[in-house]
Each structure stands twice: as C-alpha cells, then as structure tokens.
Design a protein around this ligand. Structure first.
Ligand code: CTP
Ligand code: CA
Length: 226
C-alpha cells in the first residue's frame, strides 16, 4: 500500500540493534547488572523493521517479546554481546547500540555458590570490552549509533563519547529527568552527531521517539549519500 511504499526507507538495508542490560556472573546464583529495561532498544528494532530493514536484535536478558519482523538473538554477558555483534557487523548498514553494557565484570567466576564469611567482603572487578569502541575501530560503511544515559553534563559527556568511540551519533538522555530513562515508557533525548549536529526531542513514548530518531538518522545519511 501507498503508506508503506513511501515509508520503506530501509528496504534492502541491514540494521543491528543491541538492547537491554548485560549480566556478569559472580557464581552460579549471582550476577552484576543494571536497571536497563530493554524498552528503548526494542522500540528501535521495531522502528527499523517497520521501515523495511532486515533487523537483527541482539538482546540481553529482558522479559519483552521480540517485535514482529525482527530476528532476535538472546545473549547474557558483555562478552557474549560482543561476539554476537561481531558476527553481524561486516554486512550491516546501521548499528544501534542501545544496550546498557556492564563496564565491569567479576575477575573470577566461582564454580560453586560463594558462602558468606564473618565480616566484610569485596569483589574484584575487571573491565569488559567496549563494544561500540571496538566497532568504531573497525568501521567501514556502517553508520554507528550509540546511546548514553547521563546524570550530569549530558552534552559534554555525549560529545566526548562521539569522538572517543568514532560513532556517527550519540543519543543522550538525562536519566535524572522524570519519566526519562530506564523503566519508563517515555524518554527525552538529545541526539548529537559529527560536525556539531545536535537536536533535542520532546518527551515522547519510546516507540514514537524511536521512529523519529531513526527517520532523522536515515534521512540525514541518505543526504550524505551513503
Ligand atoms: N558500550 C559498549 N560496550 C561497553 C560499554 C558501553 O558498547 N562495554 C556502548 C553502549 O551500548 C552505548 C555507548 O557505549 O551505546 C555509551 O555507553 P555508556 O555507558 O554511556 O558509556 P561508557 O563509555 O561506558 O562510559 P561511562 O559508563 O563511564 O559513562
Ligand atoms: Ca558504561
């Protein structure tokens, strides 16, 4: 129908979206994670599929159903997510890193449940791989889009992530703003792009925001003749 033929901006394109938190195991019954609900990433994947893209959703542990028309790959840890993204990267056109990847994981994975001891305890951590940074070092034709949740100095941190990770866009939200961020169904973001591009959005339902963000990016990239 006419609506779809005009709106199939991503027909023939491959979009990879990561979503949700990661889990970093401590022992068989415990892990480190964060409050990511996966909603924004799932909304981005649905928006890509609606625009006609071949859409791969690489998801950390969340309880959301897979959007229709999306191929979903479930992963657990940052390392699993890195491997899954690498496997899809070479022939992808847009990579959207909505996932809240854990920055640290326990240095040792205990095979048995750890028993409590008298007194205090501490957990030794090591850095996980920065997936977006890695993709930035391997970038060919792909358009790389990151997300950043910040509590302060949003524009400063978002722009520094854009540079540091060789991303094309960083979509930043101030998670201290009410109704924006993790569990919420709405979000309020500012998108930053190379060459001092910056545009703020109103508070919107995540699904509507995802559509607007993706359209904005795709139309800009088509004008840039990608
Ligand atoms: N990211 C990633 N791999 C990581 C950490 C982050 O791919 N190990 C990606 C996220 O998916 C997101 C972007 O990098 O798209 C920004 O994540 P964020 O946590 O805001 O940035 P960090 O570089 O981890 O910086 P910090 O948490 O210290 O603010
Ligand atoms: Ca981080």
């Amino acid at each position: 129908n006419g609506f779809f033929s005009r709106e199939m901006l991503l027909k023939g394109k491959k979009v990879v979206v990561t979503a949700g938190p990661t889990r970093e195991r401590i022992d068989p019954v415990r892990f480190l994670t964060n409050f990511s609900s996966g909603k924004m990433g799932y909304a981005m994947a649905q928006a890509a599929a609606e625009l006609g893209a071949e859409t791969i959703l690489i998801s950390g542990p969340v309880s959301l159903p897979a959007p229709s028309g999306v191929k979903r790959i479930m992963v657990e840890s940052a390392e699993d997510m890195l491997q899954a993204v690498k496997a899809e990267y070479a022939d992808s056109d847009f990579v959207i890193k909505t996932a809240a990847v854990a920055d640290y994981r326990p240095k040792t994975l205990h095979g048995q449940k750890m028993k409590k001891q008298e007194g205090d305890a501490s957990l030794e951590l090591e850095r996980t791989a920065d997936i977006l940074h890695y993709l930035g070092t391997q970038k060919g034709r792909q358009v790389l889009i990151g997300f950043a949740a910040e509590t302060n100095d949003v524009s400063h941190y978002a722009k520094s992530k854009l540079d540091r990770k060789n991303a094309d866009y960083i979509i930043a939200n101030d998670v201290t703003e009410s109704q924006a961020g993790f569990e919420s169904d709405t979000n309020k973001v500012t998108i930053f792009g190379k060459g001092d591009f910056e545009q703020s959005f109103e508070l919107l339902p995540k699904q509507e925001l995802a559509r607007q963000l993706l359209k904005l990016i795709v139309e800009r990239e088509m004008r840039n003749d990608r």
